[in-house]
Design a protein around this ligand. Structure first.
Ligand code: 8YV
Length: 314
């Protein structure tokens, strides 16, 4: 008999259709009768599929006593209660590596869009301004310093891209690594030393709002904040205030605390380049993420092993 799995996030058809052929899928995301779904199938459910940003409450997991595995369609698993899963020996898998290049490309794009003013210049041309006046000059990027908060796989891919452009790299994180970049002991000193502060660390309680007013103050008028990780890491009202008051130069953001809702103060800012969480949004990468998300379930239900267990559980 096919194992029962519960789906708690919207999934693309190229993942959902193959899941439906291998598993009895219960669409918890779409159903209007969530308690009824749990009542009817909760005790049989052995797998859960969610997105990178999906928050999974422990109350939901309590209603799934036979749950063996959570397969996250995404690299981030900040919405998964990891300690709870450890306690119940529930496996948690994610989709690392396959999206690294795409997410790093978005960080690089945001550096170029903010640093060279490409978004503003695009608006300038579309508005028919070019025949009337010359565009403003930007600041040269080669020679500027990029500070990376969280030098993991994605952070390293961002570093490689900006080094290729002649930029310098510094970073902070839990500990220094064997890399040719300058390590800074804390976020505030990193912010004060760089022109671009790039947020590339995991979300979750440990990093909630760590990019706060004090860090933005340290980044200062020369500095631009780039975030391709999680909106929860940045104090959004402090950021909006810093942009409005000219405390920092600009921001390039792909992620927000309450997606798809963006604070109106940020929407109104001309010096903020905003993207709709597209870090991994290419056909190739989403397909690879979907394949890996399903492969983890398949490996578990056929051989009691998984391909990409999250580090806390390995
Ligand atoms: C996806 C992400 O948009 O991988 C992540 O953690 O945030 C993104 O790649 C998301 O996981 C799709 O559900």
């Amino acid at each position: 008999m096919q194992p029962d799995i519960i789906v708690t996030a919207p999934l693309p058809p190229f993942l959902y259709e193959p899941l439906k052929s291998s598993y009895r899928c219960h669409d918890y995301y779409k159903t209007e009768d969530k308690p009824g779904t749990l009542e009817a199938a909760g005790k049989r459910i052995r797998g859960l599929v969610q997105g990178g940003g999906t928050v999974t409450p422990t109350a939901l997991l309590d209603a799934l006593p036979a749950l063996e595995i959570i397969s996250v369609f995404g690299v981030g698993y900040d919405g998964v209660p990891v300690n709870y899963c450890k306690g119940r020996k529930i496996k948690v898998t994610n989709t690392p590596d396959v999206l690294t290049d795409d997410v790093a490309d978005v960080a690089l794009g945001l550096i170029l869009m903010t640093g060279r003013g490409f978004v503003r210049l695009n608006r300038f041309v579309h508005a028919g301004e070019w025949p009337k006046r010359s565009p403003e000059l930007a600041t040269k990027l080669a020679g500027q310093k990029v500070g990376i908060l969280g030098l993991g796989r994605i952070g390293k891919a961002i570093a490689a891209r900006v080094v290729a452009m002649g930029m310098k790299v510094a970073y902070t994180g839990r500990k220094p690594q064997h890399v040719p970049y300058e390590f800074m002991p804390d976020l505030k000193s990193l912010a004060s030393a760089v022109d671009f502060l790039v947020v590339a660390c995991p979300g979750g309680e440990a990093t909630r709002n760590i990019v706060n007013a004090e860090v933005l103050e340290a980044l200062g008028k020369k500095g631009t904040l780039i975030n391709i990780a999680r909106g929860s890491i940045v104090d959004e009202s402090a950021l909006a205030a810093a942009l409005t008051a000219g405390v920092i130069k600009g921001a390039g953001l792909d992620v927000f605390a309450d997606e798809p809702n963006i604070p109106s103060a940020l929407l109104a800012m001309d010096n903020a380049v905003l993207l709709p969480h597209v870090g991994s949004a290419t056909r190739e990468t989403r397909q690879a993420m979907g394949d890996l998300c399903k492969a983890n379930l398949d490996a578990w239900f056929s051989q009691k092993k998984v391909l990409t267990l999250i580090p806390e559980l390995s």
